[in-house]
Design a protein around this ligand. Sequence first.
Ligand code: MN
Length: 436
Amino acid sequence: MHPTNDPSLRSFLEISSNSDFPIQNLPFGVFSKTAEDLHRIGVRIGDYVLDLHALSGEGWLSGEHIGNGDVFRRPVLNDFMALGKQAWEEARTIISELLREDNAKLRDDKAMREEVLLPIADVQMHLPASIGDYTDFYASKYHATNVGTMFRGPDNALQPNYLHLPVGYHGRASSVVVSGTDLHRPMGQTIAPDADSPAFGPCKLLDYELEVGVFVGTGNELGSPMTISRARDSIFGLVLMNDWSARDIQKWEYVPLGPFLSKNFGTSISPWIVSMTALEPFLVDGEAQDPEPLPYLKDNQPGGFNLHLEALVQTERMASPYRITQTNMKYLYWTIYQQLTHHAVTGCNLRPGDLFGTGTVSGPSKESRACLLELTWRGQEPLDLPSGESRKFLLDGDRLIIKGWGQANGYNIGFGEVIGTILPAVESQAKAFQHP
Ligand code: MN
């Protein structure tokens, strides 16, 4: 066990026992103070943010691997990510020690505490990294089987490649947004089941996809693939992700090259990147893999994560969110290490701050279906909500929330949440295109 994961550690800050952010978590993110524009790197602890920009400016963050702490006075985490696992763990160890209840250094320095510890209510969160590339996988066999059954029938649900490689597509990095960013319903081409030609208009089948986002840390050089064991040290950490999906646009456009505009209007992530060190207690064996993967994808170590994930919806008429999905990251067929290794096997270079999504994390049960396409079986079985409303897909004004956490050794390691609300399609745009 890494010393920073010791369950007996306590912070001098008061942290409720069910907080997502005890001293054993210490996720990294980027924030600004309410009254200024400067983007600062910080660490979440309970209901506070530890300002690493200020802390390193005072000379409190330095070491063999992180140098003088300059990397913490940047607007994004990319340079810190590039330093590698030893630097990430060195910083984590210094921060953990500073926040411990039995260490007087910060605890008893009132002026310093006021400078570097900010209430979470006084900050605004931003994207944690400059995301050069974003890739989305399709790693839950349960999700792929459900979707395949809907479109091709149960006998041909999985394509012949599915059990041999982690299927994915290159996504769009420019529209990855941080939690709290609302998105307009996309416009696009769709074709009605009985129509001869497509029509243009607002998406009618708007969906969420509950996924886990993976931030690449060190990556690899062009032409130099990574092994599974190197992949294990290359991942900086995980976030929650909502891969918003326009199902009617997707259905018309995806042949033969896969999703394009149906996925590029917005992908939401939670702001705090939980480190792989904090997630160590939740490593478990993933789903059994049969047939055995080819040697480059074979991994003899556990690669699954026992992390509870849920999605909630709140319509404009509802006073509180209502849970519609309960699933677990351990249901993924392909592990994040296999996804990363496969991505780079051609020699494709992955860079610090690159992001990939696991794909919709559906599990074996009905309640674990992690998008509306599956939950309502293409709209054939609408969801009843406590407000008396029902939903086949998301309507304007609907808010979607994803939460996730692991529980071990008497504490939670959580991600917080990723929230987004669907705004109406941009009407002027709709009119301009319909009446040229
Ligand atoms: Mn997806």
